[in-house]
Design a protein around this ligand. Structure first.
Ligand code: HEC
Length: 393
């Protein structure tokens, strides 16, 4: 029964997480667009840096940006921060429910590292904290002044984290952890840098003093990172539903490509919003498309070799499925921790296997996503037999 309630916890947290992430990303895309669409106003006060007009929901909106501050502080000032905080809190809770509660199934893969649940959860928590200190430290060193050099170093840290995670966790958990690590930086940027700096700026303005310009520079550095990291993080969050993304060896190559692709696509929108034209907005889609094709070709599964004369009996496949799948994928699972067949996928007979042919192939032949963490130690030979049977039935 406990598993039943965990399923509900998981569903509700996922629901919340998607909603808050939409709100956060939506508002941050909106502000990036707003910032870049500002144009010099002709008849506005001197302190107005630029303005933007838009139409939405039956009315016209006229936004003006004050770089320093308006002459008098408005009574009501809207802040945008809870979208980010709740995205992190709900995401972290979902990570705990899925990967900590279900550590044996999803987090640990004994063929990668034979960890206890405590060790695995400790490594997950410790790495998220350590990752923040490395990233934040890097941003605060003198190197941080040069956004390009810093960008390259941050990129290297993300790719290195993919390598490190794939040495300790199941590949599915490894890829998700890269996403969680980067998402933690993004919320950390809002919580520890952007919002506190804005508060300091507002406070000094209220005292009638000129704000420290480095506060704005720091915030700009972090929000630039958040902007470019959004699309790659979303890819990594979705990846755990698609075994082909984490099935291969060298996960860090996939991460290196995904971060590059996401950032390039984001750059197209940034440049376009700012009114750029010509080559400045023409190179991104061809390059990103070429990289996506490269990624898909690189990630495709390698065929498992089988002696072409080997005859595959239905009985062999029945044994493989009942040994490695039915414990969980049954109307009444016998595996502890499962009260219902996961995702409703029942694999009790060969007819069942045929019914879920494509998914079974994707999960257990083209990748080693199932059984999770290779809990039942399914061999490459057994996967090849299952694959051949699926191809011929
Ligand atoms: C330890 C329990 C366990 C075993 C053993 C197991 N699975 Fe699964 N299976 C799961 C869980 C949990 C999920 C849901 C995964 C998720 O939430 O993404 C799942 C999901 C699936 C899905 C649906 C994937 C999707 O998202 O569409 C398929 C297909 C599948 N398993 C096939 C298999 C096959 C084939 C085997 C045997 C080779 C197998 N499973 C063995 C636990 C198991």
């Amino acid at each position: 029964m406990a598993d039943y309630w965990m399923e509900w916890a998981s569903l509700l947290l996922r629901w919340l997480h998607v909603i808050t992430a939409i709100a956060w990303i939506g508002s941050s895309f909106y502000f990036v667009w707003l910032d870049l669409s500002l144009r010099k106003a002709e008849r506005s006060p001197k302190s107005v840096y630029g303005e933007s007009w838009s139409v939405h929901g039956g009315g016209f909106y006229h936004v003006q940006k004050y770089l320093v501050a308006p002459d008098t502080m408005p009574k009501e000032l809207h802040w945008f921060k809870y979208e980010s905080y709740f995205t992190w809190v709900s995401g972290f809770s979902l990570l705990a429910v899925t990967y900590y509660w279900g550590a044996q199934v999803f987090l640990i893969d004994p063929s990668v590292a034979d960890l206890s649940v405590t060790q695995a959860v400790g490594l997950s928590l410790g790495s998220l904290a350590l990752g923040w200190f490395i990233y934040d430290g890097l941003c605060k060193t003198p190197i941080g002044k040069d956004l390009r050099v810093l960008g390259i170093l941050v990129y290297a840290v993300v790719v290195a984290s993919a390598y490190a995670y794939s040495e300790i966790f199941s590949s599915r958990a490894a890829l998700l952890h890269v996403g969680a690590l980067v998402a933690t930086w993004m919320t950390g940027n809002v919580f520890f840098i952007i919002i506190p700096n804005q508060k300091k700026v507002v406070a000094s303005l209220q005292r009638g003093e000129a704000p420290d310009p480095t506060l704005g520079q720091q915030a700009k550095q972090r929000s630039t990172h958040n902007n470019y990291l959004t699309l790659p993080v979303l890819f990594m969050m979705l990846s755990n539903h698609y075994p082909m993304t984490f099935a291969g060896e060298d996960l860090w190559i996939l991460v290196a490509l995904v971060v590059l692709i996401g950032a390039i696509i984001r750059d197209y929108f940034n440049a376009g919003h700012a009114g750029a034209d010509g080559f400045r907005v023409k190179w991104q889609w061809p390059v990103a498309s070429a990289l996506i094709v490269t990624l898909a070709v690189w990630a495709r599964p390698t065929a498992i070799s089988l002696d072409s004369h080997q005859i595959i009996e239905n009985k062999d496949v029945e044994i493989i499925v009942s040994t490695h799948c039915t414990g969980c994928h049954a109307a009444q699972p016998t595996m502890s921790g499962f009260s219902a067949p996961p995702k409703g996928v029942v694999l009790e007979t060969l007819a069942d296997v045929q019914r879920y042919k494509q998914q079974v192939y994707a999960q257990s032949v083209a990748s080693e996503a199932m059984p999770p963490g290779n809990l039942t130690q399914m061999t490459a030979g057994e996967r090849a037999i299952l694959g051949r049977w699926l191809e011929t039935h």
